[in-house]
Design a protein around this ligand. Sequence first.
Ligand code: HEC
Ligand code: HEC
Ligand code: HEC
Ligand code: HEC
Ligand code: HEC
Length: 190
Amino acid sequence: MKKTVLDYLLKIRIPVTLFIILLTFAVTYFVAKPERDGIGYAPEQPIKFSHKLHAGNMNIDCKYCHTSVDKGRFASVPSADICMNCHSVARRDKEEIKKLVEYYEKNQPIPWKRVHKLGDFAYFNHSVHINKSIDCKNCHGDVARMEVISQVNSFTMGACLDCHRQAHSRLPELKDKIKKGPDNCNACHR
Ligand code: HEC
Ligand code: HEC
Ligand code: HEC
Ligand code: HEC
Ligand code: HEC
């Protein structure tokens, strides 16, 4: 019998489907991967906010500003009204505080530049890690000593797995409290 176009299509359908899946994945990867990710990345911010001054010298708790870090997936960056709790009085005459007051009065969000960012195809949840007492330092370095925040660790898949597989030797003080982190693909790619 002569082969019809339909037979031909049926025969190549499986390889074509596979090819399309791979292509979609590759395209998503290159489009979603943020170029700005990388060690040493420290963008200039719209207001010269210093962690060293606030979290270091003044010892303000990280969670005072990053309110959702132990509650949900994202840590949240504070809005101007949290700053105004103090700066409606403190250092009103300074240039950088004038900028802050202007955002606040115009009711505009401060356009902070994002420093750490995973591609959309990877899932990370702060609260799970924080509620197991894993300190911010393990991933973000000693922020309380940073004048300008920068990325100090690698945020690649290898870096996540490195800690997950050796969690008990990487975090000896928590050995009795934590399990190993997952290394099955769908834990982080959902
Ligand atoms: C007084 C408020 C305040 C306190 C306290 C504070 N932060 Fe922040 N944090 C900010 C603001 C504002 C930004 C955004 C501007 C910047 O990146 O400097 C920020 C940014 C960050 C970022 C980078 C976010 C990104 O875009 O990737 C990290 C990480 C961070 N903070 C960690 C910490 C840690 C850890 C502590 C405690 C040791 C802390 N912060 C204490 C206000 C605060
Ligand atoms: C186990 C590693 C890890 C720990 C511990 C950790 N972070 Fe993060 N942090 C990340 C990753 C990964 C991102 C990027 C998340 C993304 O792009 O989805 C991030 C991003 C952030 C951001 C940017 C906003 C956001 O939520 O994406 C802030 C602010 C931040 N972290 C603050 C903190 C503070 C404060 C602590 C401690 C209380 C902390 N982080 C502990 C890994 C960690
Ligand atoms: C708990 C009180 C408090 C909070 C909250 C706070 N600050 Fe401050 N901030 C201060 C004090 C006090 C100083 C002055 C410290 C000094 O000079 O020794 C200061 C200094 C500053 C300076 C330096 C001003 C200068 O030029 O001397 C900037 C900029 C600043 N803060 C921005 C912010 C921003 C942005 C936020 C919110 C993300 C914020 N602060 C939240 C208390 C606070
Ligand atoms: C410093 C060590 C450390 C680093 C770095 C780390 N993790 Fe984890 N993670 C853990 C530990 C420990 C657990 C398990 C805690 C438990 O269940 O006792 C965990 C659990 C998880 C879970 C399972 C809980 C959930 O949210 O569903 C996911 C997903 C996860 N991590 C994603 C990531 C990703 C993505 C990264 C990299 C961006 C990362 N982790 C970096 C230590 C780490
Ligand atoms: C602990 C969390 C975690 C687990 C488990 C995990 N990944 Fe990933 N994966 C990530 C993160 C984080 C990235 C990088 C995100 C970025 O570049 O912003 C990534 C990136 C990737 C990429 C893009 C290429 C690259 O290397 O950056 C592929 C493909 C991938 N993962 C496949 C897998 C497969 C297949 C598995 C199971 C064998 C797996 N992942 C398990 C967190 C994880």
